[in-house]
Design a protein around this ligand. Structure first.
Ligand code: SF4
Ligand code: SF4
Length: 86
């Protein structure tokens, strides 16, 4: 199962350069054309599920506007089955 991740984009820093869109492997980032930041840019946003939390967008962002979150791995629960004496 793919790792589930998500990002948050800080409007204060995003300048709409679209670099994050270009590098996202599953192509799940788009510019939010319905909003403008206080500086007048359309900010980046997640457009769909599928973010793996790889962090590439945060690394490439020149303005450190992206924070990446990743769902913690689920611990395997080991169940010991007791052998029944026949
Ligand atoms: S790389 Fe950073 S500044 Fe550029 S659009 Fe993406 S979040 Fe905004
Ligand atoms: S963390 Fe990876 S998969 Fe998620 S939006 Fe950024 S580049 Fe795309």
């Amino acid at each position: 199962m793919p790792v589930k991740g998500w990002i948050e984009v800080n409007d204060l820093y995003c300048k709409g350069c679209e670099l994050c869109i270009a590098v996202c492997p599953p192509d799940v980032i788009q510019m939010d054309s319905s909003r403008l930041t206080s500086k007048g840019y359309h900010p980046a946003m997640l457009k769909s599920d599928g973010c793996t939390g790889c962090g590439i967008c945060a690394v490439i962002c020149p303005d450190a506007a992206i924070t990446v979150f990743r769902e913690p791995k689920k611990k395997k629960i080991l169940v010991e089955l007791e052998a029944t004496d026949g």
